[in-house]
Design a protein around this ligand. Structure first.
Ligand SMILES: Cc1cc2nc3c(=O)[nH]c(=O)nc-3n(C[C@H](O)[C@H](O)[C@H](O)COP(=O)(O)O)c2cc1C
Length: 362
C-alpha cells in the first residue's frame, strides 16, 4: 500500500499514489486519451518492444548527462512538457513545477492554459522555461501573449501545431469536464472560465473551438516570426514531410509528439516516428520527443535514435499531485537515477556518441 512519497520507487508507483490523491475530474482530465486510446497505450508499450544492445568494459566510473537545448545548458535531457491546469493537482501548481525544474537544472514548458500567470512562473523558473503557444482567433491576444513571454524571460516559443480542434476524449465529454470554479486560464485573462453546464460535453473542447484559430497554416509562421525574436519550436510533428516543411519555414527545432495520445487516435507513436524525422532533418535542427517516457531506458532509446531531449507530461502532474514541488523533484530524480544507471550498464558515460547502434534491429 502506497501512503506517501517515501513509498514511491518509480514512476508507476507515483502514478498509483497520484490516482489516489486526485479529484475525479482532474484525474479523468489528466489521464484521458483520444477515442479508443490506442495511441495512448502504444506510447508506453512501444518502448518495451525496442531492445537495447549493451556494450561492456567502457569505463563508466562517471556518467555525465549534461547537454544543451537551443544554447541553454542543462544538467540532463529530462524536461517538462506543457500541460494545462497544474493547480488541479496542487495549489502551488505551475510555480511548484518551475521550482523543481530550476533546482534540477533543466527547463519547463509553460502551457498557454496554465492556472498561473506566466510572469509569476517566470520569476520562479529564472530563465529555465519556454512558453507553449496556442494561436487564438484573436491575434491581438496572441501577440500580447508572445510579448509577455519575451518580457517574462521565456527562452523559446513552442507552437503547438497538432490542435486545430481538441481531440475527442470521451471520458471528459461524458462527465462534462470543467475547470473547477476557483481556477482560471490566467494567461488569457479568462478569470473563472467555465462554459455553462447547459452546453454539455467537454468544456475544454468547447473553449478550443470557440477561441483557437483552426485556420492556422505554414504561412502563419512568417507572422509569428515577425512578432518575436525568440526561437520557435514546432510541437506535434510526426512525419518527415512536416519535418522538411519546418526546416523550409525557418523554425528552430522540432518536437515529436502525439500530445500524449490525446489528439489523433491510431496516430503513429512518437518513438516509431522519430527515425524518419531525424533522417529528414539531417542534423540541421534539434529534435525532441515526448510521450510515454516512464523509465530511464526509455530516455536512452530516444536519445540513441537521435533526439536531443525528452519531455515529460503526465509524470509532472503525478509528482505535483503527490506533494507539489517535492513530488516533481522526486519524479525527476528517480528518472535521472534510472537514466544514469542504464547508461552505465550499456557502456555509455556521456550523451555524446549515443547512436542507433545501441538499438537491436532483429
Ligand atoms: C493533462 C494534459 C494536458 C496537456 N496540455 C497541453 C497543453 O496545454 N499544451 C500542449 O502543447 N500540450 C499539452 N499536453 C500534451 C503534453 O505536452 C505532452 O505532449 C504529453 O503529455 C506527453 O506524453 P506523456 O503524458 O505520456 O508524457 C497535455 C497533456 C496532458 C496529459
Amino acid at each position: 500500500m502506497l501512503e506517501s512519497l517515501n513509498d514511491v520507487y518509480n514512476l508507476h508507483d507515483l502514478k498509483t499514489l497520484a490516482e489516489a490523491q486526485l479529484e475525479r475530474g482532474a484525474l479523468e482530465y489528466y489521464s484521458s486519451g483520444a477515442m479508443d486510446g490506442h495511441t495512448l497505450s502504444e506510447s508506453t508499450a512501444v518502448f518495451s518492444r525496442l531492445k537495447l544492445r549493451p556494450r561492456v568494459l567502457c569505463d563508466v566510473s562517471s556518467v555525465d548527462t549534461r547537454t544543451t537545448l537551443l544554447g541553454l545548458d542543462l544538467s540532463s535531457p529530462l524536461c517538462a512538457a506543457p500541460t494545462a491546469f497544474h493547480r488541479m493537482a496542487h495549489n502551488e501548481g505551475e510555480r511548484a513545477t518551475a521550482r523543481a525544474i530550476r533546482q534540477f537544472g533543466t527547463l519547463m514548458t509553460l502551457s498557454t492554459l496554465s492556472n498561473t500567470d506566466m510572469e509569476e512562473v517566470g520569476l520562479e523558473a529564472q530563465g529555465r522555461w519556454w512558453f507553449q503557444l496556442y494561436v487564438f482567433r484573436d491575434r491581438e491576444l496572441t501577440r500580447s501573449l508572445v510579448a509577455r513571454a519575451e518580457q517574462a524571460g521565456a527562452r523559446a516559443l513552442v507552437l503547438t501545431v497538432d490542435t486545430p480542434r481538441l481531440g475527442r476524449r470521451e471520458i471528459n465529454v461524458r462527465n462534462l469536464f470543467r475547470l473547477p470554479p476557483h481556477l482560471s486560464i490566467k494567461n488569457a485573462g479568462m478569470q473563472g472560465w467555465m462554459p455553462p453546464a447547459s452546453q454539455g460535453g467537454d468544456g475544454l473542447a468547447e473553449f478550443v473551438a470557440a477561441q483557437m484559430d483552426a485556420s492556422l497554416s505554414w504561412k502563419d509562421l512568417e507572422w509569428l516570426r515577425s512578432i518575436t525574436h525568440l526561437p520557435i519550436v514546432l510541437k506535434g510533428i510526426l512525419t518527415a514531410e512536416d519535418a522538411k516543411l519546418t526546416l523550409e519555414h525557418g523554425a528552430n527545432a522540432i518536437w515529436v509528439s502525439t500530445h500524449g495520445g490525446r489528439q489523433v487516435d491510431t496516430a503513429v507513436s512518437t518513438l516509431e516516428a522519430l527515425p524518419e524525422i531525424v533522417e529528414a532533418v539531417n542534423g540541421q535542427l534539434e529534435v525532441y520527443l515526448d510521450g510515454g517516457i516512464r523509465r530511464g531506458s526509455d530516455v536512452l532509446k530516444v536519445l540513441a535514435l537521435g533526439a536531443r531531449a525528452v519531455f515529460l507530461g503526465r509524470p509532472v502532474l503525478w509528482g505535483l499531485a503527490c506533494g507539489g514541488e517535492a513530488g516533481v523533484s522526486k519524479m525527476l530524480n528517480m528518472l535521472q537515477y534510472e537514466l544514469e544507471l542504464t547508461m552505465a550498464l550499456c557502456g555509455k558515460n556521456s550523451l555524446e556518441g549515443l547512436k542507433p547502434d545501441l538499438i537491436f534491429r532483429g
